[in-house]
Design a protein around this ligand. Structure first.
Ligand SMILES: [Zn+2]
Length: 144
């Protein structure tokens, strides 16, 4: 089984994730723009049990997203980098921010979500599926 490792910018928080992602993509929601520094957030969704924090301890910021769901984002309390996020309605899944992998080069986006919130200067990958808000099951979310 593939094991990928990653962590925050300062190295205080480390994690590992086992197996391959269920789905990967870019989220253009307004909240992700804040966290990503303006860009979309690139992430991969895994079964929650596949994700283990192996060093340090994250803090969690919770927000009610535009979808109405409570979204939690786990970040390093020392350097502030966001590593892991999950939807309170689907705690069985966790998403890893692609940029926090030790080797992000293997990330493959399968589509874009929340493009209705994208900025005029974002360049959405038009050759991939996209959804204006949360996607239809099968495009982005794992089957219910
Ligand atoms: Zn850190």
């Amino acid at each position: 089984m593939t094991t990928r490792e990653g962590g925050c910018l300062c190295g205080a928080v480390r994690y590992k994730v086992e197996g391959d992602p269920i789905v990967s993509g870019a989220c253009y929601c307004r909240d992700c723009q804040y966290v990503a520094g303006g860009a979309a957030a690139y992430g991969s969704m895994y079964p929650a049990a596949a994700v283990t924090v192996t060093a340090g301890k994250t803090r969690t910021h919770k927000v009610i997203a535009d979808s109405g769901a409570e979204v939690s984002r786990e970040f390093c309390p020392r350097c502030g980098v966001h590593l892991i996020s999950y939807n309170g309605n689907h705690p069985e899944f966790k998403s890893i921010k692609a940029g926090t992998l030790d080797d992000p080069s293997g990330f493959e986006s399968q589509g874009s979500i929340w493009t209705a919130s994208a900025q005029p200067w974002h360049r959405i990958e038009t050759e991939l599926p996209s959804a204006e808000r949360n996607p239809d099951p099968g495009i982005w979310q794992p089957p219910a």
